[in-house]
Design a protein around this ligand. Structure first.
Ligand code: ADP
Length: 486
């Protein structure tokens, strides 16, 4: 299977501004490669400052019309987009496996997961309520209404080429905002396919605009400098998130930042061993370890440590490494050369700092960007591997004695996105859940993201929430109306 197998109406080699498919003014393009094979998949325009400004112009011009529509009308268009995505699920999944590498069962799952935000916000947009307050004096009345914040900029990563985009566009559009999206230059085709379906669904020109670019810094600066852009929603690295936060200060933009993580996955002595092993495998190895909520440190209590490691090793050795287009594959490549080099370096450093290799530990013969699923034991919180976001199929196991030590280790990081723990004790569930300094906690559960719940982090993992009614509020402003002379 190749790009030729994908429905041609979904393969777009152009950006989208003001309802038009367009090339970069400079004529420059970016080549996109299949990480499993290294083969070129095609080209998209390499747009820059000029096109970004044009996209902001388009979003600004479309704002009045889109925000004036009844929420029910916006809901109808979002629902039509959702239906088309479901109809083209297989094509979108195939396209995503080709450009991102994760296995087809995962990309099918992501298409459904991404679409779920559109369905959910189509419904939730109808429920943006205002408030009427008890009057402060007899001659006054006080109320508040919710209004769209305005033009939104979204910058998204390559690890979820579909869902990280729908998670921003759906609440923005439901709220009545218009948007300029810059998808990752590694995975633009999935973004452009969504754009094509939005157009087919009848979402008006200028409401969604998409800029493909390798000049991320210039595009980002143009978006943050422009005072017409009232909100920036970014998912990506903490380094870039901090930069965009600083750049947004001048125009005091509202921000949603979903940045890096260093998730602890804690297995207590009283855990259900089978459930903990299954949870650790899915949490660590899905998307080849390249999610911001992936278990980054596996903390295992003394009494269950050896049994856990033995069972975990068995399960990890059953993962099937290969091209994601092959049905049996459960672990695909990492995204690019820099990613694999970083993983190799981390695993070598961990061993030189005293960690023990249990399985894996090296590149995999399936191809240049494949790494064998790896477990390291004897890891301590002081080692580099426990302090960095791994973003690869490598599981470092840290041994601990008691709850206090586990919580100390878990919280000893500037990150605070997701944490997980396994225990059968009710008392421990409450105490540990409350003590962990994280925005999301999986309790006897290795997968926690869905459209109904508020996804987001604390500390340097970001701010704002995506999903749930909070996700809609993040694209709206509260306006207080004070009426006198009653
Ligand atoms: P990742 O490690 O996930 O690639 P990045 O933060 O580098 O994380 O990338 C996430 C998104 O941010 C991508 O769309 C990328 O192009 C974009 N990006 C990278 N650098 C900048 C920047 N200086 N300004 C704005 N966007 C950027």
């Amino acid at each position: 299977m190749s790009m030729n197998s994908v429905n041609r109406t979904l393969v777009k080699n152009a950006g989208h501004i003001a309802g038009e498919w367009c090339q970069a003014d400079s004529g420059a393009t970016i080549a996109v490669y299949n990480p499993a094979t290294g083969e070129p998949l095609g080209q998209v325009p390499d747009m820059g400052v000029f096109e970004t400004r044009a996209a902001i112009d388009a979003a600004s011009q479309a704002l009045a019309g889109w925000s004036a529509l009844a929420p029910k009308e916006r809901a109808r268009l979002l629902r039509a987009w959702y239906d088309l995505i479901i109809e083209h699920k297989e094509d979108l999944a195939l396209l995503m496996t080709l450009e991102q590498g994760k296995p087809l069962f995962e990309t099918r799952g992501e298409v459904m997961y991404g679409a779920s935000y559109i369905e959910w916000y189509a419904e939730e947009g109808k429920r943006a309520y205002g408030k009427v307050f008890a009057a402060p004096t007899a001659d006054k009345r006080a109320l508040s209404i919710q209004q769209p914040i305005g033009v939104v900029a979204a910058i998204t990563p390559w690890n979820f080429p579909n869902a990280m985009i729908t998670r921003k566009i759906a609440p923005a559009l439901a709220a009545g905002c218009t948007i300029v999206v810059k998808p990752s230059e590694e995975t633009p085709f999935s973004a452009l396919a969504l754009m094509a379906l939005a157009e087919q669904a009848g979402i008006p020109a200028g409401v969604i605009n998409m800029i493909t670019s390798s000049q991320a810094a210039a595009v980002g600066k143009t978006l943050t400098d422009d005072d017409r852009v009232r909100k920036l929603s970014f998912t990506g690295s903490t380094r870039v998130g901090k930069l965009l936060y600083a750049q947004s200060a001048d125009t005091v933009k509202k921000l949603s930042l979903e940045l890096g993580g260093n998730a602890p996955f804690i297995v207590f002595d009283d855990a259900d061993l089978d459930a903990a092993v299954a949870g650790a495998v899915i949490s660590k190895f899905r998307n080849a370890g390249q999610t911001c909520v992936c278990a980054n440190r596996i903390l295992v209590q003394d009494g269950i440590h050896d049994a856990f490691v033995a069972r975990f090793k068995e399960a990890v050795e059953q993962l099937v490494v290969g091209n994601g287009l092959t049905d049996a594959t459960t672990l695909g490549p990492v995204i690019n050369q820099a990613a694999i080099d970083k993983i190799v370096g981390m695993v070598d450093t961990a061993q030189s700092q005293g960690a023990t290799l249990v399985t894996g530990g090296q590149r995999h013969e399936a191809g240049a960007l494949f790494f064998a699923p790896t477990i390291l034991t004897g890891v301590t919180q002081q080692m580099d591997i426990a302090r960095q976001e791994i973003f690869g199929p490598v599981a470092p196991v840290i041994r601990f004695k008691d709850d206090a030590e586990a919580i100390n280790i878990a919280n000893d990081t500037p990150y605070g996105l997701a944490a997980y723990f396994y225990t059968e004790s009710h008392s421990r569930i409450w105490k540990v859940a409350e003590a962990l300094e994280y925005g999301m906690i999986g309790i006897n559960e290795g997968i926690l993201s869905n459209e109904i719940a508020p996804f987001g982090g604390v500390k340097e993992s970001g701010q704002g929430r995506e999903g749930s009614s909070q996700g809609l509020e993040d694209y709206m402003e509260t306006k207080y109306l004070c009426m006198g002379g009653i």
